[in-house]
Design a protein around this ligand. Structure first.
Ligand SMILES: Cc1cc2nc3c(=O)[nH]c(=O)nc-3n(C[C@H](O)[C@H](O)[C@H](O)COP(=O)(O)OP(=O)(O)OC[C@H]3O[C@@H](n4cnc5c(N)ncnc54)[C@H](O)[C@@H]3O)c2cc1C
Ligand code: SF4
Length: 332
């Protein structure tokens, strides 16, 4: 066992999976998949978040490629993880390599639980704006179930339409009807982006900084088109920070499955405020919390989660932007 040295400042890259078929299933550039496939190929274990049958989020351990399928894709809801810490400790004790992927606070909690640093443990933390509360997520799902006259069967938080960056929450219901919620229209996303649905501790998050918990950090590379017009960012591009010598080694090992280009840290932080400071708590956050347990989801939506631009105006605006710019700028 040895203590990994931390780089004074992380090194930043734009990265994207070569495999277009797998990239389609990932939220941004698929760096998680590249790392996870590599560790599984080496006979190791991967720990990441999956959706359960009741659409809660829970971490699980995988030892084969099938096991990592459900981990792909961001789920912007709190994930339970602590039940796996003793298993991870046991696996490391048996000499197994383990890749843990999660929010920075989860990585910090795991490292605190283990107490000592271990070369066999690799950690990957996400740029993290905050997680939504389970109660908000479950009321939203019940609302969608009523709206679609059937409960959800399959959920993708950021669905990638062909050749476009991921943009909508896609819910397939048991009657095969499909709900598509745009980022600036859907009440789940409006609750998330307006910070009403985020858990209170996230507003004082000590990990919203460039000093990272994981060996590697990954997020969406918002604004990559402006800084690297030479790169093809269609279908998603990851921003990747390498924070330790273990992270450097992991990146060297998985390098062949990714297209990697050096970039500048200020480009990455520019449109990712969660690398500079925590999210701001809305002034009426506590009132919203009371209303969440008191009002129906429809009333909550009417009061707090109305879109600023109507769907009709939005369609017209998108058409105009497409004509003028040739692409659609990010919403956030
Ligand atoms: C709650 C949350 C907030 C985020 N906020 C930002 C942000 O502000 N800015 C930004 O650039 N990126 C953010 N991200 C990260 C981004 O959405 C992508 O997850 C990231 O870029 C990885 O993309 P990928 O294509 O490599 O991996 P993917 O294939 O999308 O894999 C996603 C990885 O995230 C893990 N994961 C998914 N859901 C959760 C969860 N609920 N809790 C813990 N781990 C989870 C999975 O285990 C998997 O390892 C956030 C992600 C989450 C889950
Ligand atoms: S914002 Fe901070 S406290 Fe909240 S989930 Fe992300 S890392 Fe954890």
């Amino acid at each position: 066992m040895s203590v990994p040295e931390l780089n004074p400042l992380p090194r930043a890259f734009a990265a994207r999976l070569h495999d277009e078929r797998l990239l389609q299933k990932c939220t941004s550039g698929g760096v998680f998949t590249a790392c996870a496939e590599h560790i599984i190929g080496q006979g190791g274990y991967v720990c990441g978040a999956v959706l359960t049958e009741t659409f809660s989020v829970r971490h699980q351990l995988a030892h084969d490629r099938n096991g990592i399928c459900g981990m792909r894709g961001s789920k912007y809801v709190i994930s339970s993880v602590r039940h796996l810490f003793p298993d991870i400790q046991r696996l490391l004790g048996e000499g197994q390599r383990v890749l843990f992927s999660g929010t920075p606070c989860q990585v910090a909690a795991l490292k605190k639980f283990l107490g000592v640093s271990n070369d066999l443990l690799l950690t990957l933390d996400l740029f993290c704006y905050g997680v939504t509360m389970e109660i908000f997520w479950q009321s939203y799902l019940a609302y969608i179930g009523e709206k679609m006259k059937s409960p959800p069967r399959e959920i993708l938080f950021r669905y990638k339409q062909d050749g476009e960056k991921p943009s909508c929450l896609r819910i397939v219901c048991t009657n095969n009807r499909i709900y598509s919620g745009q980022l600036d229209q859907d009440p789940f996303y409006l609750g998330f982006f307006r910070n009403y649905a985020i858990r209170k501790p996230c507003f004082t998050c000590p990990f919203a900084a460039l000093q990272r918990e994981g060996d590697i950090s990954i997020g969406d590379y918002w604004g990559v088109e402006a800084h690297h017009p030479e790169l093809d960012a269609g279908n998603g591009m990851s921003a990747l920070l390498v924070n330790s010598s273990k992270g450097e080694r992991l990146l060297a090992e998985v390098g062949d499955s990714l297209d990697i280009h050096p970039t500048e840290i200020p480009y990455v932080t520019e449109r990712n405020p969660c690398l500079r400071h925590p999210a701001a708590m809305p002034l009426d956050y506590d009132v919203f919390q009371q209303d969440l347990s008191r009002l129906s989801f429809s009333d909550l939506r009417r009061r707090y989660l109305r879109p600023r631009v109507s769907p009709l105006w939005r369609r017209l605006l998108r058409r105009l932007l497409r004509r003028l710019c040739g692409y659609l700028p990010d919403i956030r």
